[in-house]
Design a protein around this ligand. Sequence first.
Ligand SMILES: C[S@@+](CC[C@H](N)C(=O)[O-])C[C@H]1O[C@@H](n2cnc3c(N)ncnc32)[C@H](O)[C@@H]1O
Length: 344
Amino acid sequence: MAPTETTTAERFRRFAEVEARGYSPLYDEWCTGVSDDDDILSRLDTLPPHRRQPVLFLGAARFVGVPLGDYSAFRSFVLAEWPSVRAVMESRTTQTNEAGRCAVLLPLLASISAEEGRPLALIEVGASAGACLFPDRYAYAYTPGPVLEPASGSPVPPLECAVSGDAPLPARLPEVIWRAGIDLNPLDARNEDDVRWLEALIWPEHAFRAERLRAALGVVRADPPLLVRGDLNEHIEPLVRRAPRDAVVVVFHSAVLAYLDQAGRNRFAGTMLGLAADRTRPVHWLSHEGHRTLTGVPGAMQPVPGERDGLFVLQHNGRSVARTGPHGQSIAWLPALPSVPIAW
Ligand SMILES: C[S@@+](CC[C@H](N)C(=O)[O-])C[C@H]1O[C@@H](n2cnc3c(N)ncnc32)[C@H](O)[C@@H]1O
């Protein structure tokens, strides 16, 4: 192994200490256990490195039915069921679909629609099952700020979002007249296994997120969006051309760019900046990604020393406008920054 490569044991220990500690005592315990467990590590090491991710392993064990008990029960189950756990790890990817992220997208979606004087045509790249394509069907509780709800009500518990800074919180929900997504592997809200997989990806202590997911997938099932299978760089321009002309097109993504290499991110950013600059038809680009994904990109945020890893950055047409909680639980609007040229 090259000196810079990380062992599977190190990956799991780091995941326990940095990602899970304070958020999921169970995953902290399990991953700490795995990091010292040669029987489990040797099995994980038979998989290619990109398939040894802790989140994929944990989701696969949950999908197969691991009991939510202590580490010794976890390891006994995984060792007994390893062929099934392994098969899930080989065939599935981490595709968490978090409707809560609509709470941090909504202020920009509403202001874009109001400023352009048109309803929205939404395109989400990396849409998973499409739960983020329905910001007009959810209820919101901003603190401090308004409580918003569709006129017909929402089956989804209000998306709660803590606000700081001068966020342009809307007074009403925008109208969406068309919605479409692109994903390498679109999940189907009507398919029981896909729904079970999405549930397995939610951390065990986050019961409210599981409840929200089930309700949001009900919204998707009732009005399935167009989901195009394939790479976002290949499909984005043709899909923009399919959007209705009487709408303002907003292309957005959340927790997706980490899956692309730098060349793929640069290509996508170039395409989006080109579309955003084309005044023959309005297209807006909203990016909601982990700050480390964007580090080094002009307009992106650098981590603040001492700040917990994991904050996301919201950008509009390449300019950072807010720091956010990764599941949409908070939005800290940034002071207006002087315009900087963006050269990806
Ligand atoms: C972590 S999920 C996020 C899903 C959704 N955006 C959300 O916020 O809930 C990332 C999604 O991006 C998709 N994805 C990754 N790389 C992609 C690519 N090159 N083209 C299209 N979709 C991609 C994955 O299949 C996955 O469904």
